[in-house]
Design a protein around this ligand. Structure first.
Ligand SMILES: Cc1ncc(COP(=O)(O)O)c(C=O)c1O
Length: 371
C-alpha cells in the first residue's frame, strides 16, 4: 500500500501561506480586536468585491447565513421555500428554523443541481424564497431559475456554501441571484480556521437587515436593540485568516480545475462510470470531484485498500431525512436525487494534490471498473 491520500489537506495549504496566516493572527491578537475588529469590515468589503456584489455581512457560519437571510426576507410560519433535497441538511434546517416548510424539487442529471424545468410546478402562492444550491461548486442554471422566479416576484437566494469562485457566463457565485450565503467551514474552497460564514448581495438594505439580526437586533448604538436578534457575528481572527487566503482563491480554483480536468481525461470511457460535466456557460469551483457508478460501495472499498480516502455527498437526499419528515417527503418523490445518493462518490481533490496522485487514483478506479 502506498501513501494515505486524504480528501483535503489543510496543512499543505497552511504551509503555502504560513507567514501571511501567522501574521494575520498575530495582528488580531496584538490589537485584541477580537469582536467586530477592523479585519471584519475589511474582509466583508474584499469578499463582496471578489464576488462582484455591492455588500457583504460576515456571520458565524454558513447555516446561520441561510437562517438569517431567510429571516431577513420575512420568511415565517405558513410560508414555503423551494429548494433541492440533493444538498447538505443545513439548507433544509434553515427553512424549518424559520417556521416555514421546504418544498423540494429534483435536480437535473447532468449538473446535479436544481432542475429549472421542475421549478414552476413547485411554486405556490405561499412560496417566499427559492434556494438553488451550487452543489460540488457547480453553479446552478441561474438564468432559467431567475427568469421563473422573477415572473412570480420571488427572490432567489444562492446557497453558495460550496460555490466560492464558481462562475456562470463570467459572473461569480454570490452575484447570480438576489443574495447568496457562503460557508467558510475549514474544508471549503475558502475556509476559515473554525466556523465562519457570510451573506452577499447587491441589495445593501437587505445586508443591513441581516447584520441587524446577526448582531442583537442593533440600531446605531450598541444598546439600541430594535428587533429580537441574536449573536452570529464573524469572529475577527477568522476574518483575518480569510483575508490572508482570499487573494489566492482564484489560483487555488484554477489548480482544482486542472486536477479535475486530468481526472476527467484519465477516467473517460471507463465502463459504467459517469464523470462530472459542466453545464452551458458554467465554470465549476470544483469543491468536490464526484463520479457516479452503480459499483460505488465496492469502489470505495477498493480505493481504501490503496490508501485513498473518499466521501459520499450525500448518502441520503434530505427529503428522506427523519428531521425533514414534517415536509412530507417520501421515497420516489425525487428519482434523480435518490438515484444519485446510491451512486455518487467524491475523489480526493484539493489544490495541492500532486498530479501524480490524480494519475494513481484514476489508475486504481480504471483498473477496478474494467475488471
Ligand atoms: C450546501 C451547504 N449549505 C450549507 C452549509 C452550512 O455551512 P456551515 O457548515 O458553515 O454551517 C454547508 C456546509 O457544509 C453546505 O455544504
Amino acid at each position: 500500500m502506498s501513501t494515505q491520500t486524504p480528501m483535503v489537506d489543510l496543512k499543505a495549504q497552511y504551509l503555502r501561506i504560513k507567514n501571511d496566516i501567522d501574521a494575520a493572527m498575530a495582528r488580531v491578537i496584538d490589537t485584541t480586536a477580537f469582536i467586530k475588529g477592523p479585519d471584519c469590515t475589511a474582509f466583508e468589503k474584499e469578499f463582496a468585491a471578489f464576488c462582484g456584489a455591492e455588500a457583504c455581512v460576515g456571520v458565524a457560519n454558513g447555516t446561520d447565513a441561510l437562517i438569517y437571510a431567510l429571516r431577513a426576507y420575512g420568511v415565517g410560519p405558513g410560508d414555503e421555500v423551494v429548494t433541492v433535497a440533493n444538498t447538505f441538511i443545513a439548507t433544509g434546517e434553515a427553512i424549518f428554523l424559520n417556521g416555514a416548510k421546504p418544498v423540494f424539487v429534483d435536480v437535473d442529471d447532468v449538473t446535479y443541481t436544481l432542475d429549472p424545468n421542475k421549478l414552476e410546478a413547485a411554486i405556490t402562492k405561499k412560496t417566499k424564497v427559492i434556494i438553488p444550491v451550487h452543489l460540488y461548486g457547480h453553479p446552478c442554471a441561474m438564468e432559467a431559475i431567475n427568469r421563473i422566479a422573477a415572473a412570480h416576484g420571488i427572490p432567489v437566494l444562492e446557497d453558495s456554501a460550496q460555490g466560492h469562485a464558481a462562475t456562470l457566463n463570467g459572473k461569480r457565485a454570490g452575484a447570480l441571484g438576489h443574495a447568496a450565503c457562503f460557508s467558510f467551514y475549514p474544508g471549503k474552497n475558502l475556509g476559515a480556521y473554525g466556523d465562519a460564514g457570510a451573506v452577499v448581495s447587491n441589495d445593501k438594505e437587505f445586508i443591513a437587515k441581516v447584520r441587524q439580526i446577526a448582531n442583537h437586533g442593533g440600531g446605531t448604538n450598541k444598546y439600541d436593540n430594535v428587533i429580537v436578534g441574536t449573536n452570529s457575528r464573524l469572529d475577527t481572527l477568522q476574518a483575518a485568516i480569510l483575508r490572508a487566503k482570499l487573494p489566492h482563491l482564484q489560483q487555488w480554483t484554477d489548480e482544482r480545475r486542472e486536477r479535475a480536468a486530468l481526472y476527467s481525461k484519465l477516467l473517460d470511457g471507463v465502463p459504467g462510470l459517469i464523470t462530472p460535466k459542466e453545464g452551458p456557460g458554467a465554470k465549476s469551483a470544483w469543491h468536490l470531484y464526484t463520479v457516479r457508478t452503480p459499483k460505488r460501495d465496492s469502489l470505495i472499498e477498493e480505493l481504501k485498500k490503496h490508501g485513498i480516502s473518499t466521501a459520499v455527498h450525500y448518502p441520503r437526499p434530505i427529503h428522506l431525512q427523519p428531521a425533514m419528515a414534517p415536509a412530507g417527503g417520501k421515497v420516489g418523490d425525487l428519482p434523480v436525487s435518490e438515484g444519485l445518493s446510491k451512486e455518487v462518490v467524491c475523489l480526493p481533490l484539493y489544490p495541492e494534490l500532486p498530479l501524480e496522485e490524480v494519475e494513481r487514483i484514476a489508475g486504481v478506479v480504471r483498473a477496478f471498473l474494467k475488471a
